[in-house]
Design a protein around this ligand. Structure first.
Ligand code: ADP
Length: 675
């Protein structure tokens, strides 16, 4: 076994590899760019070498610098992780020249899978089933069109150099063919500098089922079952599971054997994944082989009980595979959800920012979190915005899915927009539970899983309101306990504000609508209950709150909800998805210091729409200062008194965190006040 390895990657996968290396007593060297100098992978490794500026093409992608770092530190092998240099044949070759082991397949295997059409030719010869189609050298449009006409529409055009769904076009009829081909070629040329095309039958309801394979240098090969990665957005995986649902043992064996055949056809060594399309009738077709460790490998680890990184190190060090096919046992069911800094409601636009709050579910044999970030870290523009992979395991799909939604409801992130609510909605949607899944799952179930206006509120409004009331009461109680005066009226938990009537009112917003809530606290014998009036509708409520678990009885209907409150945003994680409410502060976020200087803070997460004043302006009480927007509603923040604007911290268009100071303001004390 190696004494020391270098990990040519960053983020969660670098951390993941370091963990296994440590457990095997192998020393680790991390590499880092400017943006990553304090990153978790750097802290975890035994040594770390600075490799260049933040953009990956100036650091993580510079193969020569990476190899120099390995030589400098005496690392005998390089683990490339996934992405970056992991499928770069030139890098693999350079490693060999310097006598450094590349922890991955041989150069020839990487090269063989580099072109989709060359890969198909190899697989065809090895009798691996292919989607019917044409992947020949003659690229005249007549030949390609004839192939499409012969197999019948719809067809899929693919750039042979393609990846990430680029240069791919569906063509639904003969009439659309020419235009489709031209467009696919244009995209392929601009993305890959190569517009060679292949055409294949477009399957309308396929599943993406991939097989994990492993080969050593002693002619042994096994498959570690399959993963279903059908849930995709723009051809990117969102939630993966293992095993694939509804697989017969017979089909599993057939696909496993085909995958091994594919790997052996290219003289494979190490960890690889053979991707297949599985048609509704049970036919499966080779799509491509990924010659590296996959992002979603943890689900395979959970159901097989094997550490795939350990296997990779052993195979690269020349050992035989740790298990034979017969010794591998499939146990239970696992899901992986990719937690991303992105906005699903804005077409999954990547988000950046500081992770001001990062609370994860507790890890156990059921819950695993692979991550490369800590609270306080920055999600930068330079790299993939994945924050973590949340992996859950249980004995059955149903139980594992419950674990997934529970763990998602316990994941708390603030500072950057994430896809957690989207994942929760997806995981709790009926079609996902019912295994009605193919590669168009997200498009088909758009209305269920995006935060759209169609959510029908049942008891969610009074539940959110009750949560707020109980939270405020808890806070009042805590404050009272801190005070030394045992007679303090704060000790009376029945009222959470002194000298205020027992009726309180506030506003909650849900999907562009504002609701006024009036609460009256009542007592019946020894029971405390609340009479809630929400926009004129009356609810009788009782509730108890234990951390983020809220038990409520609303008009006699008792239920349990996991709740999160981040700034002014309340999320209720319900059986049928997540419901978001914004609590609108009655005093709009004003906070003054005792000396009359102070700031005005944002009452919620939102966008600055316009700034109506300038630094140095004298303003009068209640004069509008800035307008913010959250949940498509505008909120005007006004001057709390006459005063002067000392500084303005945001401009129109900026994203603002709830609680952030918007502007510095000094109260103007008039001559009369001073007297
Ligand atoms: P890329 O390398 O660009 O990711 P792939 O060939 O791996 O492209 O295909 C990506 C995704 O496109 C698959 O996971 C599947 O959802 C869809 N796809 C690919 N080929 C077909 C096909 N023949 N019919 C239907 N869907 C397909």
């Amino acid at each position: 076994m190696f004494n020391k390895i270098l990990i040519a990657n960053r983020g969660e996968i670098a951390c993941r590899i370091i963990k296994t290396a440590k457990s095997m007593g192998v020393l680790t060297v991390a590499i880092y760019s400017d943006a990553d100098k304090n990153a978790l992978h750097v802290q975890m490794a035994d040594e770390a070498i600075y490799i260049g500026p933040s953009p990956s093409r100036e650091s993580y992608l510079l193969g020569d610098n990476v190899i120099a770092a390995a030589i400098q530190t005496g690392a005998q092998a390089i683990h490339p992780g996934y992405g970056f240099l992991s499928e770069n044949a030139d890098f693999c070759r350079s490693c060999a020249k310097k006598n450094i082991t590349f922890i991955g397949p041989p150069v020839a295997a990487i090269e063989a899978m580099g072109s989709k059409s060359a890969a198909k030719n190899i697989m065809e010869k090895a009798n691996v089933p292919l989607v019917p189609g044409y992947h020949g050298d003659d690229q005249s449009s007549e030949i390609i069109k004839k192939a499409a006409d012969d197999m019948g529409y719809p067809v899929l055009l693919k750039a042979t150099a393609g990846g990430g769904g680029k240069g791919m076009r569906q063509v639904w009829s003969e009439q659309e063919f020419e235009e489709g081909l031209a467009a696919a070629k244009r995209e392929a040329m601009s993305s890959f500098g190569d517009d060679t095309m292949l055409v294949e039958k477009y399957l309308t309801q396929p599943r993406h089922v991939e097989i994990q394979v492993f080969c050593d240098n002693h002619n042994n090969a096994v498959y570690l079952f399959e993963r279903d990665c059908s849930v995709q957005r723009r051809h990117q995986k969102v939630i993966e599971e293992a095993p694939a649902f509804g697989m017969s043992e017979e089909l599993r064996t057939q696909m496993g054997k085909s995958a091994i055949k594919s790997a052996q056809a290219i003289g494979y060594q190490g960890a690889g994944t053979v991707e297949f399309l599985l048609d509704v009738n049970g036919s499966f077709y080779f799509m491509e082989m990924n010659t590296r460790l996959q992002v979603e490998h943890p689900v395979t680890e959970m159901i097989s009980g094997q550490d795939l990184v350990e296997w990779q190190l052993r195979v690269a060090a020349g050992e035989i595979l740790p298990k034979t096919q017969k010794q591998l046992v499939l146990n239970g069911h696992a899901f992986e959800a990719r937690i991303y800094a992105e906005d699903p409601d804005k077409d999954f636009l990547p988000a950046t920012g500081k992770l001001t709050l990062l609370q994860t579910p507790i890890e156990s044999k059921h819950v695993r979190i692979d991550t490369g970030v800590c609270q306080g870290d920055e999600v930068s523009v330079y790299y993939d915005p994945m924050i973590a992979k949340l992996i859950v395991w249980d004995e059955s799909r149903e139980k594992a899915l419950k674990r997934l939604s529970k763990a998602l409801s316990e994941y708390r992130i603030n500072g950057v927009t994430t896809n957690i609510d989207f994942l929760y909605n997806l995981a709790t949607s009926q079609p996902f539970m019912d295994e009605e899944i193919d590669t168009s799952f997200i498009e088909k179930n758009n209305e269920l899983i995006f935060n759209n206006k169609k959510q029908i509120l049942q008891n969610e409004l009074p539940i959110a309101a009750l949560y707020l009331i109980l939270t405020m009461q808890h806070q009042a109680q805590k404050d009272a306990l801190k005070s030394s005066d045992s007679n303090s009226p704060w000790h009376n938990a029945n009222a959470w504000r002194l000298n205020e009537p027992y009726i309180h009112s506030f506003a909650l917003a849900h999907n562009e609508t504002e609701y006024n809530v009036e609460v009256e606290q009542k007592k019946y014998v020894s029971d405390v209950y609340y009479s809630l009036n929400v926009n004129g509708e009356q609810f009788n409520c009782q509730g108890s709150l234990n951390n983020d678990l809220l038990i409520t009885t609303i008009n006699g209907h008792r239920s349990t909800t996991t709740v999160s409150l981040i700034n002014n945003s309340i999320n209720l994680y319900r059986e049928n998805g997540v419901f978001n409410f914004i609590y609108i502060l009655p005093d709009c976020g004003q906070h003054d210091n005792e000396d009359g200087h102070g700031g005005l803070t944002a009452p919620m997460n939102g966008t600055m729409i316009s700034v109506l004043v300038k630094t140095g302006d004298t303003v009068s009480k209640n004069q509008p200062l800035v307008i913010m927007e959250a949940m498509k509603m505008e909120h005007t923040i006004k001057a709390p008194s006459d005063g002067i604007i000392n500084e303005i911290f945001f401009q129109a268009g900026d994203m603002v965190d709830g609680g952030a100071e918007l502007l510095a303001f000094s109260e103007q004390i008039s001559v009369n006040d001073e007297a």
